[in-house]
Ligand binder design. Structure first.
Ligand code: ADP
Length: 295
């Protein structure tokens, strides 16, 4: 089964066009939706999750016309929104039991078993009696995944799940997500390239509401092979370099600025060729749009 999105567009009442003719085919497994803040990721996720409508376009999950069958889609959907709030004075176990009931698991024993399995899976079983308000950010996200997985969804949407997690929590979360079977379509939206390289078989880059790039990270990371050049400069030289070259990344290393540029030819002038990576490809893909944003 695939999720097929065709020509999706959305302009909000304030005139912001969040989605501009987005078409994507999302197979089973982990799919990364990568883009900077304001790219349109949440707008796309919410539209797929049937929480908001689009002005134009279609979404099909297998044979299911999502826009015409919101209720059917919701039965097979697991969703972890970006601003996932929890009831602070309820325990994880009680909350999951409640959500399981809402998701239609009416048999008490069946519900208890499903909740227990999920608590084990997300490694919160020992903490199941604790109120959610006492959980750390990482624990809340793991709880969020548990609630999203209730009812064995065919489509799982997680919106910026690693934002705000410390490295250890992020790692745990990666491990958890990577265990979700290949039989589920998982869409993971993120602005962190590492999320995509670590987890995703396929991905797309979205910026300014448009799909800039789509493919497999392992292949995409080679798109700029032979065209990435790096050099350490003084901060004051940056603007001059920007006017001459396509600067796609700047990073401070020991007080000096290391810059990376895209160039078909050897730019000389102290630049050295370096191996390209997915971050280069990502920043190059969004740069034209970002230029427009910063102008
Ligand atoms: P992302 O998730 O990639 O950060 P969003 O989909 O949240 O991007 O936002 C895309 C654009 O749409 C942004 O310019 C944002 O300010 C705007 N936007 C998002 N939601 C709304 C809304 N409900 N009303 C008006 N503008 C919105």
């Amino acid at each position: 089964m695939e999720l097929v999105i065709k020509n999706l567009s959305k302009t909000y009442a304030n005139g912001v066009q969040a989605l501009n003719n987005v078409s994507l085919t999302i197979p089973q497994g982990m799919f990364g939706l990568l883009g900077p803040n304001g790219a349109g990721k949440s707008s796309l996720m919410r539209t797929i999750a049937t929480l908001q409508s689009a002005d134009e376009g279609s979404i099909h999950l297998g044979n299911l016309d999502v826009m015409a069958n919101n209720e059917e889609l919701r039965k097979v959907l697991g969703y972890l929104p970006q601003d996932f709030g929890v009831y602070p004075r309820v325990s994880a176990e009680m909350m999951l039991d409640h959500i399981a009931r809402l998701k239609g698991i009416h048999n008490r024993e069946e519900r208890k078993a499903a909740v227990e399995i999920l608590l084990q899976k997300v490694n919160l079983y020992k903490e199941r009696k604790r109120n959610l308000g006492t959980y750390s950010g990482g624990m809340k996200q793991r709880f969020g995944i548990a609630q999203a997985l209730l009812g064995s969804p065919k489509l799982l949407i997680v919106d910026e799940p690693t934002a705000g997690l410390d490295p250890a929590e992020r790692n745990r979360f990666y491990n958890l997500l990577s265990e979700i079977g290949d039989n589920t379509i998982v869409i993971l939206s993120t602005h962190i390239v590492e999320d995509v390289t670590t987890l995703c078989k396929n991905f797309a880059v979205i910026c300014g509401g448009e799909v800039m790039l789509e493919g497999a990270p392992r292949q995409a990371m080679h798109l700029l092979d032979g065209k990435i050049w790096a050099k350490a400069i003084h901060k004051s030289e940056l603007e001059a370099h920007r006017s001459q070259h396509r600067v796609i990344a700047t990073q401070l290393v020991e007080g000096k600025l290391s810059i990376r540029i895209v160039s078909e030819e050897n730019p000389g002038n102290g630049f050295e060729q370096v191996t390209s990576n997915l971050e280069d490809v990502y920043f190059n893909a969004i740069q034209s749009k970002m230029d427009l944003v910063t102008l």
